[in-house]
Design a protein around this ligand. Structure first.
Ligand code: MTE
Ligand code: MOS
Length: 756
């Protein structure tokens, strides 16, 4: 079944923030942001802006009625800079004007007097200064110190992964409309309606029942709107509160790139120890996360880096230490994979390093160490399925040895073009690692004409969650999908929502919807039993809008039954609650069972590198992916293709560049390269690994939003293998592997800061 939004998308009729009709009298906000990365803010001169054409008001920190604070996890993030500025792009003042143009023109007239302080952009420097967001986090399994002594081979090195710009097509933005008695309605492009509601309440001093947040859909979020939509909603809310008029702000692309955080860069040290037979006995990793100027979501991102630091492998002795380092960059934030990809890159680098030194294929080491049923992850949870099956089935279907042989033969007769192949297994845990967040509610109304309205806290951002939730309702009621309508996430209908994140939205909100629909169904089954004179409600089923008795179609239609139920005063509405069972995690011991289940998969990535020009093409990504049992293959395959391309972008071409002053140099699409139609793999093949194992996924259809991104990591190692087929060199583990970096590794005089 195709995505229920596809028709309105291609007609341009889908409604995003910018499509919401504006109320007469609406004003426009624009932010004046810090021109330097670190300094003491002495004064803000707004006089020229205030008298500029069309300006209604200029707002600074001192004007706020509520608290000047939007830090969700740690209160370390003022909405508007007051005493200090902490990054270039930090909001200082809000200009409110009668048009966007006037607002932006006036913002340019603001000047500030700032005493510069030394900016820190390097996480290792921040760590050395002791400037951490939270105390270091540690995972320990077994005893690495003693295990290393027994290893036949030990290798150490360093890796660097760069950030990544979310580049959602729809930029950040919000529209705040004052309602009666001091209330507020906020339209926001956010993954977290409740997060916006909470933040707005904090800065305006309103109570949560006075603030309604409504989210129709996003033009992409990718994690960038899990926490970072809050600031813009707060800016509109504060302006609306102070002017008593509706206020809208949709960021221009360059404002968005400059002022918002990105995927966290990490700088890491690893030490890996192997036995003679290539079993990994010990792994030690120290991870320095570049958090940016405030906590944002950095602590849980750091935690997931630890959760996935051994990827798909079972390693009996692990010590992993992670530092969240405060720097003078925009606060970095969630991005598809949520820290997991960064952790996985390090162990894949360690394995590639070992393979290179031992003269074996990395795939041999990978294959030898895949996690199996019952093996323990460093955080205490035992694997209930395994990484071996997807590897074996993927290999059977696509034949790694044959692909490698083809590459070797090609390389033997090609001077400058070289092919490289790499295997990339992925294991990703599904659930918010903060257990309390794994809950959701669904409100289902069946109307007397038989149509069904479903509201949940899930935010549609292109990933197809609404389609899946509609399928759930259609399936339970035995109705065609057209009879179901999914309404926007709205905090009046659904309260206290978890953000749509952690790939868990369909599971959590789908299960809540299933519960709600089943509750309604059981009530109207009673009525049906009487009407069709069945023996008991168990004999009643629903298919294609008709009531079936003991498997036989009756003449009773769904809508007649619904109407009759209403006349008999049966409740046709339900508000159901779902909380993932069986999960827990204790940070005191750093052990528990944090994930409902794991998603596994294995990709084979093949590339051709032009070793004269540095350019390359991704020839194929062939993966065997664990869907559980997909409830929507077209949506799920789309998630896999998109995730892979986004992962490849992160690993190969997207280069976030801040200079040492903390200024973003890659601040536009002219200087920041994302994958386009010419750079996607020539082939993406997906072999579904169908497992009949029971799991906690909705209809056994496992979460698919984030895991495929990590197949893209294979592109890095495939390029590395191609480069090594050209000349003996040992490319550093430093991403992205841009064409420029390919050339530097082949021809550069630099010795790498890698492991040599
Ligand atoms: N797909 C599209 N098209 N747009 C997005 O913004 N976000 C990703 C993923 N796939 C995203 C996407 C991220 S970061 C997550 S966590 C999941 O979708 C969230 O949705 P889900 O829980 O419904 O999978
Ligand atoms: Mo996704 S990074 O969990 O929004």
């Amino acid at each position: 079944m195709k995505n229920i939004d596809s028709n309105s998308h291609v007609r341009g009729e889908s409604v995003y923030l910018d499509d919401i009709p504006l109320i007469q009298g609406t004003l426009y906000a624009c932010v004046f942001d810090s021109p330097i990365a670190h300094g003491k803010l002495h004064s803000i001169n707004v006089r020229d802006a205030e008298t500029s054409d069309g300006v209604i008001r200029v707002i600074t920190a001192k004007d706020l009625i509520g608290e000047n604070q939007i830090g969700g996890i740690i209160p370390d993030e003022p909405l508007l800079a007051d005493a200090e500025v902490h990054f270039q792009g930090m909001p200082i003042a809000i200009v409110v004007a009668i048009s966007e143009d006037f607002a932006r023109k006036a913002a340019k007239k603001i000047t500030v007097d700032i005493d510069p302080l030394e900016p820190v952009t390097d996480p290792r420097v921040a760590a050395a200064n002791g400037d951490l967001i939270v105390p270091p986090k540690k995972f320990k399994l077994g005893d690495t110190e003693n295990a290393f002594k027994t290893c036949a081979h030990v290798f150490q090195g360093k890796t660097e992964t760069n950030g990544q710009e979310h580049l959602y097509i729809e930029t950040q933005g919000a529209y705040a409309v004052p309602t009666e008695n001091g209330g507020m309605k906020i339209y926001s492009s956010t993954q977290g309606p409740t997060a916006v509601q909470r933040a707005v309440c904090r800065v305006t001093g309103l109570a949560m029942h006075q603030v309604e947040v409504d989210v129709q859909r996003l033009g992409g979020g990718f994690g960038g709107k899990e926490d970072q939509a809050n600031a813009w909603a707060c800016i509109c809310a504060v302006a609306a509160q102070l002017t008593k008029r509706p206020v809208k702000y949709a960021l221009h692309r360059m404002e968005d790139m400059r002022m918002t955080g990105k995927r966290h860069p990490y700088s890491s040290d690893y030490k890996i120890g192997l036995a003679k037979d290539l079993k990994i006995l010990a792994y030690e990793v120290t991870l320095y996360q570049n958090a940016g100027a405030s906590a944002d979501l950095s602590p849980p991102v750091l935690e997931r880096t630890l959760f996935h630091c051994t990827n798909s492998y079972h390693v009996p002795n692990v010590t992993a230490t992670a530092y969240s380092c405060r720097t003078n960059l925009p606060p970095n934030t969630a991005f598809r994979g949520f820290g997991g990809p960064q952790g996985m890159f390090v162990i894949e680098s360690a394995i590639a390093h070992a393979a290179e030194k031992l003269g074996v294929s990395a795939s041999e080491i990978q294959r030898k160490n895949l996690i199996d049923d019952g093996d323990e992850f460093p955080y205490g949870q035992k694997a209930e399925s395994d990484a071996v099956t997807s590897w074996v089935q993927g290999d059977e279907k696509y034949n790694f040895a044959k692909l490698q042989k083809e590459a070797d033969e090609f390389n033997a007769s090609s001077r400058y073009l070289k092919k490289g192949v790499a295997m990339m297994p992925v294991c990703f845990g599904i659930s918010f690692t903060k257990t309390p967040m794994n809950q959701a509610r669904s409100l289902v109304h069946v109307y007397t004409d038989g149509s069904v309205a479903v509201s949940t806290g899930a935010v549609e951002m292109g990933q197809g969650v609404n389609t899946k939730i509609a399928q759930v309702a259609a399936n339970v009621f035995g109705l065609p999908i057209e009879r179901i309508r999914i309404h926007p996430a709205n905090t009046l209908r659904i309260a206290n929502t978890s953000p749509t994140a952690a790939s868990a939205a369909a599971d959590l909100n789908g299960k809540a919807t299933q519960l709600a629909c089943e509750a309604i169904l059981s009530r109207i089954k009673e009525v049906a039993t009487e009407l069709v004179e069945a023996g008991s409600p168990e004999d009643i089923t629903f298919t294609d809008g008709f009531v079936f008795r003991s498997g036989e179609k009756t003449g009773l239609e769904w809508q007649s039954l619904v109407l009759e139920s209403h006349l008999r005063r049966v409740n046709l509405s339900e508000h159901a609650h779902y909380a993932t069972p069986g999960i827990n995690f204790d940070w005191e011991t750093a052990k528990g069972h944090p994930f409902a289940y794991h998603v596994y998969g294995t990709a084979i990535v093949g590339v051709t590198v032009d070793c004269l020009r540095g350019r390359y093409e991704i020839d194929y990504v062939k993966c065997c992916h664990d869907f559980g049992s997909s409830m929507n293959t077209s949506v799920d395959n789309g998630q896999i293709e998109g995730g892979i391309v986004q992962g490849i972008g992160w690993m190969t071409m997207e280069e976030v560049v801040y200079d040492t002053d903390g200024k973003l140099r890659s601040s536009a699409l002219s200087t920041y390269k994302v994958p386009d139609i010419y750079s996607v793999p020539k082939e993406i093949a997906i072999l579904p690994l169908e497992t009949d194992r029971q799991n906690l996924a909705i209809f056994n259809s496992k979460a698919v939003g984030e895991p495929p991104l990590m197949y893209g990591i294979g592109a890095y190692f495939a390029i590395r293998n191609a480069v090594r087929a050209f000349t003996y060199c040992s490319p550093d583990f430093n991403t992205p592997f841009t064409p420029e970096r390919v050339l530097m590794n082949i021809y550069g005089t630099q010795t790498t800061d890698g492991h040599r």
